[in-house]
Design a protein around this ligand. Structure first.
Ligand code: FAD
Length: 430
């Protein structure tokens, strides 16, 4: 007989949600997290989108350590001198809170405590090495030469899935599967944040930026989110581009973003409180491995579940939903036909019926658009020229909009037929 009904590897949003759900079903569950305290190795820009946590914690909006709710969403195209922004604010977000900014150190400690309170055995500061097999069946996990046995294992180890790779159930990551995220938390008084971002108490701003001005033409996206009394700011850089521009360092890119003339005033007098770097899953559907086998399932970032279309980056909601689906699959198998590869195939069915795999299929191939020349290199410059053409009064005769646009396109070297074609592709994929 196994020591545990289930072992969950990783105490991020996926693993803790799975552990809470399993413990709530009275299963004997062990959650193993390598960081101590939990969350100290985790990085998120930090907007927790959607309502997935309600699946394990109906009162999460009252009890979880949430910073601010997203009242205002921004998208910006930055060139060296300019910033072309679209800002959306809505009182509808007061009624339905669609996203909350969070700090992972606080959130992960809270989620791990909730898993413990629900009845899970939570062990921190321990790194699982690999899965333990008997033939093709997973019988537990190996740690430092010891085997801890369990009927089922959920791998929720995040974007660098070493356990899955070293156990031979997932192929090594390719450059195009991941990006590098680098983030700072910058302390500022609450009132200063409210004044600078035009926010009231508890209201927050979440902005995503195309950084079209970086040295060496590196492709990267920036993000800036307001917490209660700090700002989370960072960049997500294409791994492929970073390798190709081997003289570029990720921290230089954060500095360039912070020093941009439209960002720097927002951060003035702020003190850097945290600095971190982490992999971001970017591979989409093409990078998703086989999600289950006899005795195991893979959830969250470890399974490649994250969504990014350049306007928004989401992963925590996919992690939570997939962790819950994996836990439910174990509970059903234990009370039904027993644990087998066949009974665990229900996990994939559940994900196919939820936003998790539906989104992955709907947005298949979106990475070609979000990591493309048009968005990162050409679009910011074109938009800047059009805006200057429209709004810069230089005493010269005014021109029609079509002339301004034509000139902007010409100077970017982009043919209007190509722009139409690429624009249509982008429109369809997004
Ligand atoms: C810079 C950046 C910005 C982001 N912004 C957002 C955002 O705004 N909104 C959003 O929804 N998502 C965002 N994401 C994505 C989000 O962080 C992930 O999708 C999410 O954290 C995935 O949750 P997870 O539980 O699958 O993995 P993780 O949160 O990575 O948790 C995995 C856990 O497993 C532990 N672990 C790993 N290996 C082992 C092992 N061998 N043994 C024991 N424990 C192990 C780790 O320490 C970690 O605690 C961002 C990511 C980055 C890097």
């Amino acid at each position: 007989m196994s020591e545990f009904d289930a072992i969950v590897v990783g105490g991020g949003p996926a693993g803790t949600s799975a552990a809470m759900r399993l413990a709530a079903s009275k299963l004997n569950v062990l959650l193993v997290e390598k960081a101590d305290p939990p969350g100290s190795k985790n990085v998120s820009g930090g907007v927790l989108w959607g309502n997935s946590l309600a699946g394990v914690m109906p009162d999460w909006e009252k009890t979880a350590p949430l910073e601010r709710y997203v009242k205002s969403k921004g998208i910006g195209f930055l060139t060296k001198d300019s910033s072309i922004d679209i800002s959306f604010r809505s009182t509808r977000f007061n009624e339905t809170k669609t996203g909350y900014t969070v700090l992972r150190t606080k959130l992960d400690q809270f989620l791990n405590k909730k898993a413990k309170d629900a009845g899970a055995t939570v062990v921190t500061g321990v790194t699982v090495d690999r899965l333990a097999f008997e033939g093709k069946k997973v019988i537990g996990v190996e740690q430092d030469g010891d085997v801890i046995t369990s009927d089922a294992v959920i791998l929720a180890e995040g974007a660098n899935p070493r356990v899955a790779i070293d156990s031979g159930i997932r192929s090594p990551l390719k450059d195009e599967d991941v990006a590098i995220g680098v983030k700072e938390v910058i302390k500022l008084p609450e009132k200063t944040i409210n004044d600078r971002f035009n926010l009231r108490e508890k209201e927050g701003f979440a902005g995503e930026y195309v950084l079209g001005f970086l040295d060496g033409g590196v492709e990267a996206g920036g993000f800036l989110y307001t917490n209660k009394d700090s700002i989370s700011l960072g960049v997500v850089i294409s791994m492929k581009h970073l390798r190709e521009n081997n003289k570029t360092y990720s921290y230089d890119i954060v500095e360039q973003f912070k020093n941009h003339p439209s960002i720097a005033p927002l951060l003035e007098d702020g003190k850097v409180d945290e600095y971190s770097a982490h992999m971001v899953q970017e591979g989409g559907l093409a990078s998703i491995p086989k999600l289950y086998g006899n005795g195991y399932m893979i959830a969250g970032d470890a399974a490649g579940f994250s969504f990014s279309n350049g306007l928004i980056l989401q992963g925590m909601n996919y992690a939570i939903a997939s962790g819950i689906a994996a836990a439910d699959t174990i509970v059903e198998a234990k009370t039904g036909s027993g644990i087998s590869e066949q009974s665990f195939s229900k996990y994939e069915e559940k994900l196919m019926n939820s936003f998790v795999l539906k989104d992955m299929h709907t947005f298949k191939g979106i990475g070609d658009i979000t990591w493309g020349n048009l968005i990162h290199q050409q679009m910011p410059g074109i938009l800047e020229k059009v805006m200057l053409g429209l709004f810069m009064e230089d005493g010269e005769p005014k021109r029609h909009m079509n002339q301004i646009v034509k000139e902007a396109l010409k100077s970017s070297g982009l043919k209007s037929s190509k722009l139409l074609l690429e624009g249509y592709r982008m429109y369809r994929r997004m």
